[in-house]
Write a protein that binds this ligand. Structure first.
Ligand code: NAP
Ligand code: SF4
Length: 674
């Protein structure tokens, strides 16, 4: 008997059956733009082999003006169809099903040629769109329908029409972006005409036996968004127009509410989809922050939806479904919703991959093969770099011993997991524990490895991490000065008024830790109140009229840096704004451009600028040093001095800009080749 009877139950669509209730949601990986179709095919085939019922590709542009950026992938020619055929054939050979998403970006397109219902610039895009005339609207509908038809010709099992997240079709639905007075604007019947026409004409073009998914914006989270009655009216019309499945979209990209970041509670929006159940007869999919089988199972068992969509979890582990189905849930590499290697990459023009799985999108390049010779490998340091190196080396058949002077594995992950909003790190550490014990690695914890202890190994990998940088501030040895390690790891007592020196990732984390009582990520009602999310039946677009209502801060915190720029500039591209907004809601004072003059019993003395003007005291009971880190490579140096070779990875190699993404990637790649 499976633990996930609802998740693993087949879904009969009439003309075809999905083998379980799991959809891999659309992700723009950037792979299609590489034009390496073998690589694209292998990415999807790996996930098909891993048991997911249906996958949706990244958004394909229906025409040049609808592309997310100039040159965005689409299906424009016979050549494109032949290339996509490589993907669909490979997926079908692997026993999977795949639908192509058609995405018209409208005013979100990064192009001066972008088009929209009205000429209103999006706050997150640089270009004012051109207002379409009636023939222009007809052209867009025609192009979207043609793209759906081409998807069918390319062998896809279906198409998803992107109607949510604030893209083109969504832009017609609400007065926030549609100020038209003709038959495509004004009344709701007029505003939803485009969505309904697209589905109706697409169905007529592809016939009855082709999956048509419509992604509907269930809750817009923008001012003047749809009312719930309008969303239901649209859903019914979309069903009437011939859609096979309704998928959920949550929030426009310009919404100032986080919808998928790690601080969003798991399944935070399944209650919104549940409101739609019973309003239509076609299956409904829910999504957002569903990342493990038990979460998916509970969403389905509680009747919130007929299927679940997970996207990033399939970057983290292509075998998610197969592992859940064979009682190996603890072996699933968990998506921690960090966005660091997926969405942050997408928005920086890089290929998406995954922090916990550097093989994602690199399936054809980063291959982990059995080694011809089994070597004795020592890995020193059981943080992210050492763990990934040890696990990959063990997978290749090497005999691995993993040393750490701490009595637990995880390194700095054990600090991250203490930060409110970063609870997913608990799951990551626990995944590593499972995998280390399943892989036959010999664990040597609580032991400081030295040159002698490493004498008998064929290969040595040093992943000893970092030590805090000494900021050399007069008075820093006073008892009310702590390091971030004292705060996050040693539970040191911290006063009511705190000054934090250094505003990198760790300074922000420490601030969040010090101002937050109960983590709202662990309590959905608190989290919804904190970000001002309401029931869309009561409040248009799901935004509470009173706005965000955070809990008061538990301490008065001042966060400081020497650089004159905005604090948090170096944080994640798609998540930095969330960290900044969360601290602003807790009245954290953020001060840049300072010199640290000295610390004494009254607090932290600072001045400003090169001329050290405006001397000021930040009154504080506790001062926390978060001034960055330097490599801890004393063991590596000792080995080299003794004439031993070793590989140095992670923070021990380069501490600047160190994060788990680089550490895991470096550890995996090294172990794949030694
Ligand atoms: P960091 O990001 O390099 O930040 C170090 C901070 O210390 C900066 O604000 C820097 O600002 C300050 N600083 C540097 N030298 C100093 C000195 N001599 N005296 C006083 N202040 C000094 O390092 P981190 O905060 O330790 O984080 C380490 C890494 O962990 C980061 O690179 C990040 O990738 C990762 N991390 C990420 C997150 C995340 O949210 N994604 C969270 C935690 C950690 P000034 O030089 O302007 O003073
Ligand atoms: Fe999930 Fe982070 Fe991997 Fe993206 S990079 S898939 S958010 S774990």
């Amino acid at each position: 008997m499976t633990s996930y009877p609802h998740m693993l139950a087949p879904l009969d669509l009439g003309f075809t059956t999905l083998k379980n209730r799991v959809l891999m949601g659309s992700m723009h990986t950037g792979l299609e733009e590489t034009k390496d179709w073998n690589r694209v095919a292998e990415f999807y085939a790996a996930r098909a082999r891993g048991g997911v019922a249906l996958m949706v590709t990244g958004g394909m542009a229906p025409n040049a003006e609808g592309g997310v950026f100039p040159g965005a992938a689409g299906l424009f020619s016979a050549d494109d169809i032949a290339n996509h055929r490589i993907v669909t054939d490979r997926v079908h050979d692997a026993g999977g099903k795949i639908a192509m998403q058609v995405l018209h970006a409208g005013r979100y397109a990064y192009s001066p040629d972008c088009v929209a219902p009205s000429a209103i610039k999006a706050p997150i895009a640089p270009f004012r769109p051109k207002e379409l005339d009636v023939s222009g609207i007809e052209k867009q509908i025609g192009d979207i329908v043609t793209a759906v038809q081409r998807a069918q010709q390319a062998g896809y099992d279906g198409a998803e029409i992107m109607g949510s997240e604030g893209y083109f079709i969504n832009q017609f639905l609400v007065t926030h972006t549609n100020h038209r007075t003709d038959e495509w604007g004004g009344t709701y019947a007029n505003r939803m005409r485009l969505a309904v026409e697209v589905v109706k004409r697409a169905r007529a073009a592809v016939g009855p036996n082709f999956i048509l998914i419509y992604r509907i914006s269930m809750i817009d989270l923008v001012p003047n968004g749809s009312t719930w009655d309008e969303v239901v009216q649209l859903a019914k019309a979309i069903e009437g127009a011939g859609a096979t499945i309704l998928n959920t979209g949550i929030g426009w990209h310009e919404a100032r509410v986080p919808t998928i970041a790690t601080s969003v509670p798991r399944r935070a929006f399944s209650w919104v989809t549940k409101k739609m159940m019973g309003e239509v007869t076609i299956p409904i999919i829910t999504s957002n922050r569903i990342n493990m089988p038990d979460v998916a199972e509970s969403v389905l068992a509680e009747g919130c939806a007929d299927m679940v969509s997970m996207a990033r979890p399939f970057l983290a582990d292509p075998d998610f479904v197969a592992k859940a189905a064979t009682d190996r849930t603890a072996h699933i590499a968990p998506c921690i919703a960090c966005n660091q290697a997926c969405l942050d990459h997408t928005f920086s023009g890089k290929l998406s991959t995954c922090l916990v799985n550097p093989r994602a999108s690199y399936e054809t390049e980063l291959v982990v093969k059995k080694s011809e010779v089994s070597k004795k490998i020592a890995v020193v340091g059981a943080g992210p770099a050492g763990l990934s190196a040890a696990l990959t080396a063990a997978e290749r058949g090497h005999e691995v011993t993993l040393f750490d002077q701490a009595d637990e594995i995880g390194g700095q992950l054990n600090m991250a997991k203490k930060v409110p909003g970063k609870e997913e790190f608990w799951g990551l550490v626990s995944y590593y524990k499972t995998m280390v014990s399943a892989s036959g690695i010999t664990l040597a914890l609580g032991q400081k490895a030295d040159v002698q202890a490493l004498a008998d190994f064929d290969g040595i990998i040093i992943a000893t991490g970092v030590t805090p940088r000494d900021p050399a501030i007069h008075g820093q040895t006073l008892p009310h000065v702590l390091s971030y390690i004292d705060v996050l790891r040693r539970n040191a007592s911290v006063g009511e008024r705190v000054a934090i020196i250094g505003a990198g990732g760790i300074g922000f984390d420490v601030a969040e830790f010090l101002v937050t009582g109960e983590s709202p990520t662990e309590n959905l009602d608190d989290w919804l109140a904190e970000w001002g999310v309401g029931d869309p039946s009561e409040t248009r677009g799901g935004l509470r009229p009173e706005g965000p209502q955070p809990e008061p801060p538990t301490r008065a915190v001042t966060l400081l840096q020497r650089k004159a720029q905005k604090l948090g500039k170096g944080l994640g591209k798609t998540t930095g704004w969330i960290h900044r907004a969360a601290l602003q809601m807790k009245d954290v004072k953020m001060i840049g451009g300072v010199n640290y003059e000295r610390i004494d019993s009254s607090g932290l003395h600072i001045s400003y600028g090169e001329d050290r003007s405006n001397p000021t005291v930040i009154s504080a009971d506790t001062i926390v040093l978060c001034a960055g880190q330097i490599p801890e490579r004393s063991l590596a140096d000792e080995l080299l001095a003794a004439g031993r070779e070793c590989h140095v990875i992670g923070g021990a190699d380069v501490a600047a800009e160190l994060d788990a993404k680089r550490a895991i990637n470096q550890g995996t790649r090294l172990a794949a080749r030694i």
